[in-house]
Design a protein around this ligand. Sequence first.
Ligand code: UD1
Length: 416
Amino acid sequence: MDKIIIQGGERLHGEITISGSKNAALPIIASSLLTEGWNTFHNVPNLADIKTIKKLLMNLGVNIDGDNPLRLNADHITNCEASYNLVKTMRASILVLGPLVARMGRARVSLPGGCAIGARPVNLHLKALKEMGADIDLKGGYVEAKASKLKGSKIYFDIPTVTGTENIMMAATLAEGTTLLENSAREPEVVNLAHVLNQMGAKIRGAGTDMIEIEGVTSLHPVEEMIIPDRIEAGTYMIAAGLTNGDVKIMGCEPGHLDSLITKLTEAGIEITSIPGGLRVTGKKKITGVDIKTLPYPGFPTDLQAQMIVLMSVANGISVIRETVFENRFMHVNELLRMGADIIVEGNSAVVRGVPRLRGAPVMATDLRASASLILAGLAAEGTTELSRVYHIDRGYECIEEKLSSLGANIRRVKE
Ligand code: UD1
């Protein structure tokens, strides 16, 4: 297994370009199951999760050509099953459920089970499909869904689930009648998917609000569309720039998707300015501790919580970080303690007392964003940090060592 080795203490400076959004690309790739003909998607990131969804679609009979642009053709769906082997490596595999039931009238998808950041059930996806007339059965760890024709329905999500909203939005495009999704997720990735579906001929209104209306149509046609930039990747590099007292231009990002982070980083004393084509982030020697509460969009993203804890670890004063989206998302804290951070976790809150410096150590990642936070900690720490279980980072950050090296970081990957 690979390791990433970081020699901390370098100020990041220069310019990087943000890749396409993983969380937008995954449902958009799944949406190609809804059409016949070749769909073409641009700005697709080169990531392990994208390889997983491509493999999954290939197993269903989809023809695939290229990486970026990525072309997919679902003329002949030969199989309606997503196996445990693929779903266990990526929970977002559940995104094929809605499109398969809508187009093929059936699907058999392994249930994702638990993961490092909490229970993460898919009950809301299943409840919504049932309300649209699907028969749902759980057998041998698999969801079996059948519906000769899904029916439009009024659906209320108890929690604004991102992949749940996407799954049901895709299913509803080919349903009979109109579906209303209440308390739907408002994430930019949902809006990107709705745009792509509308270009395919779907009739979706209200994406980006908590009320989405989808008028079913009889068929969709293929499209050529762009994936939005990855706001979590952009946010991670913005925090890295602030953390290392650096000066970094984050190009190709969408500042409008980063409002909550920009507000918090500015409150912490980091300077963020709009420049043509992106944002410039300029660190300050003294970072001020700020409180953060993670929330569904447009609130502060849970996917940037771990990175923000690292920044707060070396800030002046005490910060309280509350995680309200996932119940077990402080796994990185124990590793940060080994690097000299002063953090107490109580329930869903972490109280972070800033220390003058972190110290490099061997650390282990438990999930994707935890890995990113440990890399950031390594950049800011004195001495050497060795990160193992690197495969987590490859799920969501394209060329992270290359991008950080180009900014002057001392980072390399070694084979163990
Ligand atoms: C998506 C993102 C992930 C991000 C998360 C929250 C993708 C591929 N992944 O994950 O990076 O961290 O949104 O912004 O887009 N819940 C239920 N029942 C359900 C579904 C969800 O109780 O059926 C709960 C979850 O346990 C969690 C909350 O709802 O507490 C939000 O989860 P959700 O928005 O569904 O996360 P994902 O879509 O899995």
